[in-house]
Ligand binder design. Structure first.
Ligand code: FAD
Length: 252
C-alpha cells in the first residue's frame, strides 16, 4: 500500500483543476553526467499531452515546495511515466532526483503546462538546455510524418547530448553546443542558431530553458522573421536565483 497524499497536494490539485497521486519510483538511471531518469508508477494518468509536466513535492530548507518536470515518456499499460531531471546544479529538485531510489514515494500533481506541439507546423525548432530534453523529445516523438524536428541544445557535458527515438518519416537535425561558462548567457545557443537555415515552409519554435537565454533567443528568432505566434516559450529556471516554492522562476 502506498502512503496517502500530503493534504497540500490535494489542495493544490483541486485549486489547479488537475489530479494528484502518489508515484512510486520503479527505476532510476543516470543517463549522462547531468541527466537523471526517474520512472514513477501509479501516476501515468497525470502525464497529459506531449509538452506537459508534473509537479513533484520537494523539501526546501525543511518546508514543502514544488518543482516542475516535463514528462519524457508514458507507458499507459504499465501505468508509468518517466522524467528526465537535470542534476548538474545544487537545488532541492536536483537533490531529490539524486537521493531518490527504487521504492521512494513522491507526491505528484498534474498535468500542468500550456505549450503543446503545433499540429499545423511543417517543422519544429526546439531550443534549450539539458533541462528541456525530456519535453523536447516527447513532443518530437509525437510529430506526424512527414515532419521535421530541429534541436539546438546547450549541454553541460558532450555526453548529455542524448538522442530521441523518432518515427522513421521524421527528419531530424541536432545541433549540440557546449554550455557557455556564464549561466544565462545565450552566446553558445546563438552560434547554434546561426548554423541553422530556416526551411521555406511553416515552422514553430519552442524555447524551454533559462529565463534570460530564452528571451535572447526569442528576439533573435523574431529578427530572423518568425512571428510571435510561431514562438512558444517557457522559462524553466533562472540563472542566479532558485525557483519559487510553487516551482516557477522569477519573472521580473
Ligand atoms: C514547466 C516546467 C517544466 C520543467 N521541466 C523540467 C524537466 O523536464 N527537467 C528538468 O531538469 N528541469 C525542468 N524544469 C526546471 C526545474 O523545475 C528547475 O530547474 C528547478 O529550478 C530545479 O530546481 P532545483 O530545486 O534543483 O533548483 P533551484 O532551487 O530552482 O535553483 C538552485 C540554483 O540552481 C540553479 N539552477 C536551477 N536549475 C538549473 C539548471 N537546469 N541548470 C543550471 N543551474 C540551474 C538556479 O539558478 C539556482 O542558482 C522545468 C520547469 C518548469 C517551470
Amino acid at each position: 500500500m502506498t502512503r496517502s497524499l500530503d493534504p497540500s497536494s490535494v489542495e493544490l490539485a483541486t485549486r489547479l483543476g488537475v489530479q494528484a497521486g502518489v508515484g512510486v519510483v520503479t527505476a532510476v538511471e543516470q543517463l549522462s553526467p547531468t541527466i537523471r531518469s526517474i520512472t514513477l508508477s501509479g501516476v501515468s494518468a497525470l502525464a497529459g499531452v506531449p509538452g506537459n509536466d508534473v509537479m513533484l513535492e520537494v523539501m526546501n530548507e525543511g518546508r514543502p515546495a514544488r518543482r516542475r518536470y516535463s514528462v519524457r515518456s508514458v507507458d499507459v499499460d504499465r501505468d508509468e511515466l518517466t522524467l528526465w531531471i537535470a542534476v548538474g546544479h545544487n537545488g532541492p529538485g536536483a537533490r531529490l532526483a539524486l537521493n531518490t531510489t527504487v521504492g521512494t514515494e513522491l507526491d505528484v500533481v498534474g498535468p500542468r503546462g500550456k505549450i503543446p506541439l503545433d499540429p499545423m507546423a511543417d517543422w519544429h525548432l526546439f531550443v534549450g538546455d539539458s533541462s528541456s530534453l525530456g519535453a523536447f523529445y516527447r513532443m518530437a516523438e509525437s510529430i506526424e510524418e512527414p515532419g521535421r524536428a530541429i534541436f539546438i541544445v546547450e549541454t553541460d557535458h558532450p555526453d548529455d547530448a542524448l538522442t530521441p527515438t523518432l518515427p522513421e518519416g521524421i527528419g531530424a537535425t541536432g545541433i549540440f553546443v557546449n554550455k557557455h561558462n556564464e549561466a544565462g548567457n545565450a552566446t553558445a545557443l546563438m552560434h547554434g542558431l546561426a548554423a541553422f537555415a530556416f526551411p521555406q515552409d511553416e515552422g514553430h519554435a519552442y524555447l524551454f530553458g533559462e529565463f534570460s537565454t530564452n528571451k535572447a533567443i526569442r528576439t533573435a528568432l523574431l529578427d530572423r522573421g518568425l512571428s510571435d505566434e510561431q514562438i512558444s516559450f517557457k522559462a524553466f529556471w533562472r540563472a542566479g536565483s532558485a525557483n519559487a516554492d510553487h516551482g516557477e522562476p522569477k519573472k521580473d
